[in-house]
Write a protein that binds this ligand. Structure first.
Ligand SMILES: Cc1ncc(COP(=O)(O)O)c(C=O)c1O
Length: 317
């Protein structure tokens, strides 16, 4: 919310482009085409239509689609920002070509649009430089969350180019155009301290690399189990983010006339899979994702694989 408000203040433009299927928090303007591209307001209950009047989407990983939406938006005042997860929507569930971020950077410059990286998940998992460092692409603004306060509540942050960030203001300002950003818990000293020390430890202890190695091991173990039980599941990892697809629900297409039935059917199987894992002591993200940490070890990885094996061995084919 803050990054978009700042981008609009700085550029004087209204339109926002997100990738279809991406999640960037639950603000009115961004509950749009969640999970599956082009589903638009499918999940926007309780949100007036006007709230997403300036939200547009492009096809994930398709640079020509981004260009097309940028061009269309030009007819209506232009695009304030393109917001994206650098590894693709939903922590990289939808993978993108390696060169996508660099190409998006070039397009944003061409259209005088700000590039916002949502690194809420990736910042402290990919490495100290986040996904921006990995891809060697500098966004105008970066959004952080979750690990940014080391597990402490009230996690969120936005940073970037000084001239853009200087548009952000809390309290009374006069003379300049300012993006109003604030709230009771903004700049909460405890969260700030938690964040400072969490990031310090993450860097000093090389946490991203260790967490990533744990994910590599877990992913290899899961692949062996999938092979052993001959299941039509897919597993892969990007650093400490492990994806496992048991129903491919997010890969459905709105062009499929059966989509409504398939969404509920496949969502159910994913949720049941997640519930079965929870019953066996492993909490996943909705039965489709696991995030490892540096605190994992051979014992926790073995326990996790035992739980998966219990569930896999009971799958009816
Ligand atoms: C990529 C991404 N952006 C934004 C958010 C929203 O973060 P918060 O729940 O702290 O608003 C999430 C949360 O899952 C996320 O994964």
């Amino acid at each position: 919310m803050a990054a978009i408000r700042v981008a609009r203040t700085f550029t004087g433009k209204k339109k926002v482009i997100k990738m279809g299927g991406a999640y960037h928090g639950w603000s009115d303007q961004l509950v749009y085409s969640l999970h599956i591209p082009y589903t638009k307001r499918f999940e926007a209950h309780g949100i007036p239509e006007e709230s997403v009047a300036n939200t547009t989407e492009c096809a994930p990983g398709d640079i020509n689609s981004l260009r097309k939406v940028l061009e269309e938006n030009e007819k209506d005042g232009g695009t304030a920002c393109v917001i994206m997860e650098p590894f693709g929507p939903e922590s990289g569930t939808r993978m993108m070509p390696f060169e996508y971020c660099a190409q998006a950077r070039e397009l944003c410059d061409e259209f005088d649009t700000l590039l916002i990286f949502d690194e809420v998940v990736t910042a402290f998992r990919i490495g100290p430089g986040g996904a921006a460092g990995f891809f060697g692409v500098k966004p105008d603004l970066t959004v952080l969350g979750k690990i940014v306060s080391g597990g402490f509540p009230m996690a969120g942050g936005v940073g970037g180019r000084e001239d853009i960030m200087s548009c952000m203001a809390a309290g009374v300002q006069s003379g300049k155009q300012r993006a109003y950003v604030g709230g009771t818990l903004t700049a909460n000293p405890l969260s700030c301290a938690a964040g400072y020390y969490a990031i310090k430890e993450i860097v000093e202890q090389d946490a991203a690399r260790k967490a990533g190695e744990n994910a590599d091991k877990l992913c290899a173990g899961l692949q062996s189990l999938i092979d052993k039980y001959d299941l039509p599941f897919v597993v892969w990892n990007t650093a400490s983010i492990i994806h496992f697809e048991v129903s491919g629900v997010m890969y459905l297409s709105v062009r499929d006339p059966e989509i409504i039935n398939k969404i509920s059917e496949r969502k159910k199987s994913m949720e049941e899979f997640g519930a079965a894992l929870t019953a066996n002591g492993v909490i996943t993200l909705a039965g489709s994702r696991i995030y490892t940490s540096m605190a994992d070890n051979d014992e926790t990885l073995a326990e996790t694989l035992t739980a998966f094996e219990e569930v896999f061995s009971n799958v009816e084919k």
